[in-house]
Ligand binder design. Structure first.
Ligand code: BGC
Length: 810
């Protein structure tokens, strides 16, 4: 293990689907799972290729009801490369005798490698070396290089190189009862001597996708005449080559693939574009050099170098690189020109159907501080769906914009109506779509992006409009409770998806949900502060366009001072009104009975019970406030609402809710690790270490193979990047207040703040900070409660004071 390679040294069929997800390659435009080229979808393998924004809808019958779901479509498989020996046996890892095996992701260069030595039934030994890439800059291209060496025999093998359009969406076990056929074939044809192409169309969204493949053979770098035979069957097209292998003489097979769709810019027709691209593409080595160059440049921006107290621990550093790698696979620079959001499960599998949730909240901070142009593009995905969000608010009887909990192609609500509990086999109504807090997440992301990048143009023309419409939504959702003289936000669901309704109430939804409410106040305050951030004439234009009157602004101000939050016990913020009246769960009893109780909701439903009855949460909910907002800001918001808030309440709430969560979402430990970072460093590190393992160790037992958890991946990087460095972007300043955990001896990181690149080196004793970019203006930092102005080229060395053990928002 080193910091830059992710390896497997054995073949374990039952681990394959997990490894496929973790070895996915991509560039933000498309991604392909790390499935073996000879594998077809079955119990252990699931080849999958997904396009950013490539959705299609299909209807299914579930218990006599027709439901419509929108899926991120599994595109034709470009990988197939099948070897057949002259005795007619086909190469498969499941049938040969494996002598040596190695599969590894070279994260620095973006290459997936596999090397297998095996003995077949005729006792012949063969070596297979494969490398593949999805090109980071030539974003339509991918390539697979295969080197075959007959070690102790000579003879013939046939190699079939194919494009397979017969794929379906069938990668998630619990969706098997739902329609998964999204593609219809339009064409399969040969291209010149050494190429094939295939075109399909999605059935409902009518998106056309063309793939072309060129396969060439080389011995000692000399091209061999291939003379392949063509096979076309149903939705599959392939070329079969017969190779004469001489003992010890490797033959290389290079497959270069192009993927285009009818949505691409600067093309005439996607089939033509794909065919032209394979004709023009260079050989594998040149493609690799070009792709690796962009990876190298990306790593200069995204890298983080850790030194751990246990200097044999390369695993943590390697996992954090893997997390950054998959962030770039999903939201790499090639996403910038697209109309795409960032799916919670990456472009790595079909869980949650490629939908976009609030997880951006955990993903964008890393992009903001490294390549903020990507965040801008992802926020534009939301801006283009503002009309859909306005329509949704109107339909629900509100004003402003109500963004969907799950978003896909056109911004309508894509949450499923029914979901299957695999434990009980029951289909139950899904009420989680009432998570209106997604609105606050979008507003928060806009503000963070603006504060970090200083991009006032974005704020002026796009961000402010979304912010104002979201603020307007909250003001219209808040109802005055005459008796209490307070406004209430009722009928919502919070991040904790175990609670969607009161046990004794017909209607779903909860009242006075604290996180939702306090974030609504935060949004209203940000919206009211916009005149200070926008040019006067732009503000005037916006209020005229949106018909915002002074009375409406006054109303927002009133609501932002009079919303209702409930408390119980000794300064505990009630997750929602009445939370404390729910029963306590017998956590030990359930742990004893079931072992893993992360998905307590499924356990309780299968028992005929419901988590709605218990003080048991799926994930951090109230604690989200301390994750997103500094103690100072939380205090200001409560003060504005007229509630007493004392920072000592933070550890009490952390303990109270920490003891009542099953961490059924991988996001949860990230939040808990964050809020404990200053008060209980060992516990924070333990939670961080568990969060780091979320995907690589598949801690939810089977979910990672269906797609990575990008929020947790980016969130763990962000714990290093912002939490342990105490970075906050606030009031036109970058605040730095590092406090490394004991286990971390040094951290080197490069960040971009308002166009300036800052190189940081932090240890327990000191922080060195250097403003790298030579030509830019000065930036303002706050270090140790001092304001520091840094000119380009300036360096500072600041001694670190050991923090008193007091809770302090990051
Ligand atoms: C979590 C949500 C999250 C979603 C997608 C769910 O299990 O509860 O908070 O947005 O997964 O990652």
């Amino acid at each position: 293990m080193n910091d830059w390679h992710w390896h497997y040294h054995d073949y374990q069929p039952e681990q394959e689907r997990l490894r496929e997800a973790l070895c996915t390659l991509g560039n933000g435009y498309f991604a392909t799972r790390g499935a073996a080229p000879e594998a077809e979808a079955n119990e252990h393998h699931y080849p999958g290729t997904y396009l950013a924004g490539g959705y299609d809808r299909a209807r299914s019958d579930v218990h006599g009801r027709t439901v419509e779901n929108e899926d991120l479509v599994n595109l034709p498989n470009w990988l197939p490369l099948r070897l057949t020996f002259d005795d007619g046996t086909e190469f498969s890892l499941d049938t040969v005798d494996i002598l040596d095996y190695h599969q590894g992701l070279d994260m620095r260069r973006g290459v997936l490698e596999r090397e297998v030595r095996f003995r077949d039934d005729s006792a012949r030994t063969t070596r297979l070396r494969q490398r593949r890439l999805v090109h980071m800059s030539e974003h339509h291209l991918a390539a697979l290089e295969t080197e075959i060496t007959a070690e102790d025999w000579s003879g013939t093998v046939t190699v079939e190189s194919a494009l397979d359009g017969s794929v379906t969406n069938s990668g998630v076990e619990r969706y098997q009862g739902l329609e998964g056929q999204h593609l219809e074939l339009m064409a399969t044809e040969p291209v010149g001597e050494d190429g094939i192409w295939l075109k399909v169309r999605t059935r409902q969204s009518r998106l056309e996708i063309a793939l072309a493949a060129r396969t060439r053979l080389y011995r000692n770098d000399e091209a061999l005449a291939g003379e392949p035979s063509l096979e076309q069957a149903d939705e599959r097209i392939g070329q079969t080559f017969t190779l004469q292998l001489d003992a010890g003489q490797p033959i290389a097979v290079e497959k270069v693939v192009a993927l285009y769709t009818s949505r691409d810019a600067a093309i005439s027709e996607c089939g033509l574009a794909a065919r032209n691209a394979i004709a023009d593409a260079p050989r594998f080595a040149a493609l690799l050099a070009g792709s690796a160059l962009l990876w190298q440049q990306l790593w200069q921006r995204f890298d983080l170098e850790l030194e751990l107290a246990d200097d044999h621990d390369h695993r943590t550093a390697a996992i954090l690189h893997l997390h950054l790698f998959h962030l770039l696979v999903t939201a790499g620079p090639q996403v910038m020109d697209l109309d795409a959001g960032v799916p919670a499960r990456g472009l790595h599998g079909e869980a949650y159907r490629g939908h976009i949730f609030w997880d951006e909240l955990f993903i964008f901070p890393t992009l903001n501080l490294r390549l903020p142009e990507i965040t801008r593009s992802l926020l534009m995905y939301r801006w283009r769906r503002l009309p859909a969000a306005r329509a949704a608010a109107r339909e629900a009887g509100y004003r402003g914009a109500m963004y969907p909990w799950q978003s896909g192609s056109n911004g309508r609500e894509e949450s499923q109506q029914l979901h299957l509990n695999p434990r009980s086999g029951h289909w139950t109504p899904d009420e989680t779509h009432l998570q209106r807090h997604v609105n606050a997440a979008i507003a928060y992301n806009i503000w963070q992006y603006y504060q970090t990048s200083g991009d006032t143009e974005f704020l002026s023309f796009f961000g402010a409009e979304m912010l104002l419409e979201i603020a307007r939504f909250w003001a219209s959702k808040a109802q005055l409770n005459q008796t209490l003289g307070r406004y209430e936000i009722n009928g919502v669901v919070g991040p904790d998806e175990f609670h969607t309704r009161y046990p004794d109430r017909e209607e779903p939804g909860l009242d006075n949900h604290a996180y939702t409410t306090v974030m609504a106040v935060w949004v209203l305050c940000r919206a009211l502060s916009l005149p200070e951030h926008l040019p006067r004439e732009r503000w005037d234009e916006l209020v005229a366009q949106l018909d915002i009157t002074p009375d409406e602004l006054d109303h927002w101000d009133t609501v932002s001072r009079k919303l209702r939050v409930c408390f119980h016990g000794d300064g505990i913020i009630s997750q929602f009104e009445g939370f404390e009246q729910l029963q306590e769960l017998d956590w030990d009893g359930y742990r004893e009975q079931y072992g893993d109780i992360q998905r307590l909701d499924r356990i309780l439903e299968a028992e005929g019970d419901s988590p709605n009855r218990y003080q048991a949460t799926k994930q951090a909910d109230v604690l989200m406030l301390f994750y997103l907002l500094s103690a100072e800001v939380v205090e200001q918001l409560f003060e504005r609402l007229g509630y007493d808030f004392d920072p000592d309440m933070i550890p009490r709430n952390v303990d109270y809710y920490g003891a009542r969560t099953s961490h059924g979402s991988t996001l949860s430990r990230v939040v808990d690790a964050w809020v404990l970072a200053r008060s209980d460093r060992p516990r924070s590190w333990r939670l961080f270490s568990q969060a780091v393992e979320s995907d690589v160790a598949d801690i939810q037992g089977g979910t990672t193979s269906e797609g990575i958890h990008l929020g947790a991946m980016a969130g763990t990087v962000d714990l290093m990047q912002r939490c342990y460095t105490g970075i906050e972007v606030r009031d036109e300043q970058l605040v730095l207040n590092p406090q490394l955990p004991d286990e971390l001896t040094s951290l080197r990181i490069r960040l971009r703040y308002r166009g300036q690149t800052l190189a940081l080196h932090i240890t327990h004793e000191q922080m060195q900070i250097r403003a790298v970019s030579a030509h830019l203006g000065a930036i303002r930092l706050r270090i140790d409660d001092r304001s520091v102005t840094m000119q380009p080229g300036d360096s500072q060395v600041v001694p670190i004071k050991e923090m008193p053990v007091a809770v302090h928002g990051p």
